[in-house]
Design a protein around this ligand. Structure first.
Ligand code: RBF
Ligand code: MG
Length: 309
C-alpha cells in the first residue's frame, strides 16, 4: 500500500481512482464493508482503490478539549488498511485552514481536479466540511455536475447493533471486549512500547509482567483480562492487569501483561496486546500470597478462554 502524506507526495496520476473518504477510527466492520466495495469496483474498472483520510483526527483540531482517544492510532490504522488490501492511503493534513474549505471547494479542487476520481463510496451518515454542510445529497449533486459516481454504503448491523466507532469505544471503556470484538471484526488491541515497571513481578511474585507505555491510548476498563500478546509476530497467551496494584499501594496506573511460556527481557520493544475477555476487577489483597493464589486462578481461567478461541 502506498501512503501519501504530503501534497508533494502526489507524484503520479491515479488510474481510474475509486475512493472512499472518512476518519475510519476503529477500521470496524462498517468500514470494512466500504473498503470491500471500493476494492471490488476498482477491480471491475481496472482502477486503484484509495482511502482518503485525515491526520490528525479532525476532532483534535476542531475540538481539542475533547481529547479524543482513538480506537486505532494512525500506525495501527495504516496497518489495517493495508491488511484490507487497499492500494493507496492519502493522509490529508487536517488544519484549521483545511477545515475552512467549503465542501464545494474540497470536492472540486481535491477530489476532482487533483485525484480525478471516477467513483466515490461513502458511509450512510457521512458529513464533512464547514458546518457539516458536505453531505451525501451534496456529494451526489457535485458528482452529477462534475462527472463521477457516488454510492452510499449502508450501515452494518451485528446482533441488532449498528456498528459505529462510538459504540465500540463505549464497549471498550466498559470492559465488554467480546462485544467490541463483534463490531470490530477482531479483538481490540493496544500496541505500545515495553517500559520498566516495579521489577516486583518477577523478583517476588513469580509472575513477571511486561509493562506498556500508556501514552494516548484508549484503555479498556481497569481490571484483569485474558489476552493474546504478540511479540515479533509470534502470538502468546497471557493475562493482563490494568490498574493501580492496590495491594502494594502503588497508586500509579499501569498496564501490565504476564505472558505465558515466555521468559525474555523485552524492554524498549514493541508489544501488541489483544483483549479477549475481562476476568474480574482488581482488588486489594491482604498480602502477596493471596495475590499470587488469585493470579494462578486468573492464569487457569485465561488458558481455558484462549483455548476456546
Ligand atoms: N495487583 C493487585 O493489587 N490486585 C490485583 O487484583 C492484581 N491482579 C493481578 C492479576 C494479574 C493477572 C497480574 C499479572 C497482576 C495483578 N496485579 C494485581 C498486579 C501485581 O500487583 C503486579 O503485577 C506486581 O505488583 C508487579 O508490579
Ligand atoms: Mg512488570
Amino acid at each position: 500500500m502506498e501512503v501519501i502524506r504530503k501534497e508533494k507526495d502526489f507524484k503520479r496520476p491515479f488510474k481510474n481512482p475509486v475512493l472512499t473518504i472518512g476518519n475510519f477510527d476503529g477500521v470496524h466492520l462498517g468500514h470494512q464493508r466500504i473498503f470491500r466495495l471500493v476494492k471490488e469496483k476498482a477491480n471491475e474498472i481496472g482502477g486503484e482503490s484509495i482511502i482518503y483520510t485525515f491526520e490528525p483526527h479532525p476532532v483534535e483540531v476542531l475540538a481539542p478539549k475533547l481529547k479524543p482517544l482513538l480506537v486505532t492510532p494512525l500506525e495501527e490504522k495504516l496497518r489495517l488498511f493495508e491488511e484490507q488490501g487497499i492500494n493507496v492511503a492519502i493522509l490529508a493534513n487536517f488544519t484549521a485552514k483545511f477545515a475552512s474549505q467549503t465542501p464545494e471547494e474540497f470536492v472540486k479542487n481535491i477530489l476532482y481536479d487533483q485525484i480525478k476520481i471516477r467513483q466515490l463510496f461513502v458511509g450512510h451518515d457521512y458529513t464533512f466540511g464547514r458546518g457539516r454542510r458536505g453531505n451525501i445529497a451534496l456529494l451526489k449533486e457535485l458528482g452529477r455536475k462534475l462527472g463521477f459516481n457516488v454510492e452510499v454504503v449502508e450501515a452494518v448491523r451485528v446482533g441488532g447493533m449498528v456498528v459505529s466507532s462510538t459504540l465500540i469505544r463505549e464497549f471498550i471503556q466498559k470492559g465488554e471486549m467480546r462485544e467490541a470484538a463483534k463490531l470490530l471484526g477482531r479483538y481490540y488491541l493496544l500496541s505500545s512500547q515495553v517500559i520498566y515497571g516495579h521489577g516486583r513481578g518477577s523478583r517476588k511474585l513469580g509472575f513477571p509482567t511486561a509493562n506498556l507505555k500508556p501514552a494516548g491510548l484508549l484503555f479498556p476498563k481497569p481490571g484483569i483480562y485474558a489476552v493474546w500478546a504478540i511479540h515479533e509476530g509470534k502470538k502468546y497467551a497471557g493475562v493482563a492487569n490494568l490498574g493501580w496494584n492496590p495491594t502494594f499501594h502503588d497508586q500509579k496506573f499501569s498496564i501490565e501483561v504476564h505472558i505465558l511460556n515466555f521468559d525474555r527481557e523485552i524492554y524498549g520493544e514493541n508489544l501488541r496486546v489483544e483483549f479477549v475477555e475481562r476476568l474480574r476487577d482488581e482488588v486489594t489483597f491482604p498480602g502477596p500470597e493471596e495475590l499470587v493464589a488469585q493470579i494462578k486462578k486468573d492464569v487457569a481461567k485465561a488458558k481455558n478462554i484462549l483455548r476456546l478461541n
